[in-house]
Design a protein around this ligand. Structure first.
Ligand SMILES: [Fe+2]
Length: 138
């Protein structure tokens, strides 16, 4: 199981696409570790990465959206916040219950689903908006 980068995931804003690829690579490394039976060792690293890198990435997107006056900024911000809360929940669970196979599966499923849906819909919508602004400038 891995997330395959596909053209539909490319939103056309170079820096954001680069960050999305880095995010997907990190998740894929984790999924690969799961396949090799090392998921338990790697889950802490993934959670740390999600807390750090994802926050930086979300901030970048939010700043970008503000700069372009994206009308769905608030809605998008809420999605980012909800994801970060889920990551916090997962971290809490990890601290309380330790790493189990069930936990590892839960993390991969949640993270993979969220990334694919969010990039494919919400980020794509925002990129479409920026593109329409640029086109109307011409
Ligand atoms: Fe986003």
């Amino acid at each position: 199981m891995s997330i395959r980068w596909k053209p539909e995931l490319e939103i056309g804003i170079e820096e954001i696409d680069r960050q999305h690829k880095a995010l997907i690579n990190a998740v894929n490394d984790f999924l690969q570790a799961c396949v090799e039976g090392k998921g338990k060792d790697e889950v802490n690293r993934l959670m740390g990465f999600l807390s750090d890198y994802v926050v930086t990435h979300f901030n970048f997107e939010q700043d970008y959206q503000k700069r372009y006056g994206y009308p769905k900024y608030e809605q998008h911000l809420k999605m980012h916040q909800a994801f970060l809360e889920e990551v916090e929940d997962l971290k809490r669970k990890l601290n309380e219950e330790g790493v189990s196979l069930h936990f590892t599966i839960q993390v991969s499923k949640k993270v993979v689903d969220w990334i694919i849906t969010h990039i494919g819909r919400a980020d794509a919508d925002f990129a479409g908006y920026v593109k329409s602004l640029k086109n109307s400038d011409k």
